[in-house]
Design a protein around this ligand. Sequence first.
Ligand code: NAP
Length: 245
Amino acid sequence: MSRNVIITGASGGLGEALAREFVRRGYHVGLMARRADRLEALAGELRRSGVKVEVGVVDVAQDSTVHAAVDALRERLGGLDIFIANAGITAVNRTGSGDISKDKQVMAVNFTGAIASLDAAAKHFRAQKRGRLVGISSIAGIMPIPGSGTYSASKAALSMWLRAARIELAKHGVGVTAIHPGFIRTELVPGMEKYPFVIEADAAARAIVDAIEAGKDNLIVPAWPWKYLLPIARLLPERLAGKLF
Ligand SMILES: NC(=O)c1ccc[n+]([C@@H]2O[C@H](COP(=O)([O-])OP(=O)(O)OC[C@H]3O[C@@H](n4cnc5c(N)ncnc54)[C@H](OP(=O)(O)O)[C@@H]3O)[C@@H](O)[C@H]2O)c1
């Protein structure tokens, strides 16, 4: 049986680490993002492991182009078993700045772009009556980050979408995994060092691929301490919980 996975946001950070981990486990991989040069360089390197690696250049914020891009990449891979909506951006915006252009772009990539790409994969999964959709949300979708309200909202929206999709698609043989990372050292934000409990992208990728292979519905990564801290933080007064970030 083929084991084919497509990952958006695979030109760096967590997406690249996920691609490397899937290839290490013998999967054929489809890499999606905007920067073709980085995707091609990674694909060239990964192909040396003997697996099939295909590239699909896409801007997920251009949501009307996403279905065709996913269809074409799936075709070149020769099928699809797992789809990971990982592409994401963040933005810090002072509330009251009078400019929500960055916020709109965050929603266009993290929410609309993610659901457009998941929807494209779901079409095939429903037809073949199997497959797994994976969304990379964030602990910010559970506990808001002050100054990144729209990032937090985009992830909360994605998490809720994934929950609804899981219930809807179960009878079609399609699984849905929601990933809630804490802080991972990537290019997402400069100065990641100042955030608590930072882990490396390859360690996060190993835990995520384990959860996908085990068919888990949810994963918080790293589990320690967030799995235990988040339920407590929810009970704290908001101002105190906000200091966690
Ligand atoms: N790092 C963390 O601490 C952390 C924590 C929680 C959640 N996450 C989530 O994890 C995911 C990966 O983030 P990361 O930390 O690996 O960030 P990253 O290093 O900045 O990588 C982001 C990836 O998304 C791609 N991307 C951005 N905009 C895109 C667009 N419009 N269309 C297609 N691809 C796009 C980028 O590629 P191109 O620029 O080539 O398009 C890049 O490959 C994101 O969803 C992020 O929100 C990260």
